[in-house]
Ligand binder design. Structure first.
Ligand code: NAI
Length: 327
């Protein structure tokens, strides 16, 4: 099969190159959009990532180019118009769970960095400032951690939080029995928002979860709450979060994803003027930590992504039914 890989970075090329296969793979650094979809010509399939555009126009163009399969290198598929894919008869595959531990560990890294002010200490020490003033943190043991979404990643995060001696409360549309046995308590979303010292988001981005963290939901939270988002940026309404950070209602924010990240993340913009005033405002807060969608980025996870993607290609070619096929 001839496959055009979009949004590819050196680490993607390296992980695919470690595997044996009979396919011809062309790597394009550019993201997939209306203006770049022509690069897919003369390929049999494309391989895309989180910020590639798989809207109706792009899928229509892929259909015209006779491309009938899209292999996502990610779990979330909110960037793909599933109805349009069905209309054009294009199959979409994903990698549903590649090292969920990697993402959950990153979420906890954000919690620990913020709760112990590691980001401030790192900079201070480099400036020969060994003072401890204003570095007082808080102990995690005994705190209430609210986990929103207890699927693959949320479940790992629950286990990690339990290991720290936290009380873990959770909200999901379906309860995980194993977690209940481990001591996780399921409650309504409102209860989880109301009681948690720390809230970690692990639900996918769907119309019903879009902006689930906004003015009305923030009002229900404890004063000084910590919010962690490693799922998808649009779970949070950034403007409302900025207001709550200014008032002190939100005490800490750790995000690996951002609503408008496609214009920023994965690129070196160090010589550019950032045009996004919301992210620029977020970057000014001492209690906000931003990473650029790197929670998945471990060598173990990258290898798994490459392996499962190539297995999805094989399954597609051989007509094997797989749960990794979304449509
Ligand atoms: P999953 O599908 O295993 O779990 C999602 C959970 O959310 C399920 O338990 C489901 O029942 C629950 N859920 C769905 N809709 C809900 C709703 N309306 N209300 C409450 N619960 C709801 O997904 P997984 O693997 O845990 O991934 C979660 C998200 O993490 C992905 O959708 C993706 O957006 C994000 N992600 C981020 C990465 C990063 O590098 N930052 C890497 C991988 C995934």
């Amino acid at each position: 099969m001839k496959i055009a890989v979009f949004s590819s970075k050196k680490y993607d090329v390296d992980s695919f190159n470690k595997l044996e296969h009979n396919h011809t793979i062309h790597y394009f650094e550019t993201t997939l959009s209306e203006s770049t979809v022509a690069l897919a010509a003369k390929h049999d399939a494309i391989c895309a990532f989180v910020n590639d555009h798989l809207n109706d126009d792009v899928l229509q163009r892929l259909n015209e180019l006779n491309i009938k399969a899209v292999f996502l290198r990610c779990a979330g598929f909110n960037n793909a118009d599933i109805t349009a894919a069905e209309k054009y008869g294009i199959a979409i595959y994903r990698v549903p769970a590649y090292s969920p531990e990697a993402v959950a560990e990153h979420a906890m890294a954000l919690v620990l960095c913020l709760s112990r002010k590691i980001h401030k200490a790192y900079n201070r020490i480099r400036d020969n400032n060994f003072s401890l003033e204003r570095l007082t943190g808080f102990t995690l043991n005994g705190k209430i951690i609210g986990v929103v979404g207890t699927g693959n990643i949320g479940k790992c995060f629950c286990r990690i939080a339990l290991g720290f001696g936290c009380r873990v409360i959770a909200y999901d549309v379906r309860e995980d029995e194993e977690l209940v046995k481990m001591g996780v308590e399921y409650h309504s979303l409102d209860k989880v928002l109301e009681h948690s010292h720390i809230i970690s988001l692990h639900v996918p981005l769907f119309p019903e979860t879009h902006h689930m963290i906004r003015k009305e939901s923030i009002k229900k939270m404890r004063d000084g709450v910590m919010i962690i988002n490693t799922s998808r940026g649009a779970l949070i309404k950034t403007r409302d979060v900025i207001k709550a950070l200014k008032s002190g209602k939100i005490g800490y924010l750790g995000i690996d994803v951002y609503e408008q990240e496609e214009n920023l993340f994965f690129e070196d913009l160090s010589e550019k003027i950032i045009q996004d005033d919301l992210v620029s405002r977020l970057m000014t807060f001492p209690n906000v930590l931003i990473t650029s969608h790197q929670a998945f980025l471990t060598s173990e996870a990258l290898q798994e992504i490459a392996e499962v993607t190539l297995q999805n290609v094989e399954d597609h070619l051989n007509g094997v039914s797989t749960k990794n096929r979304i449509i």
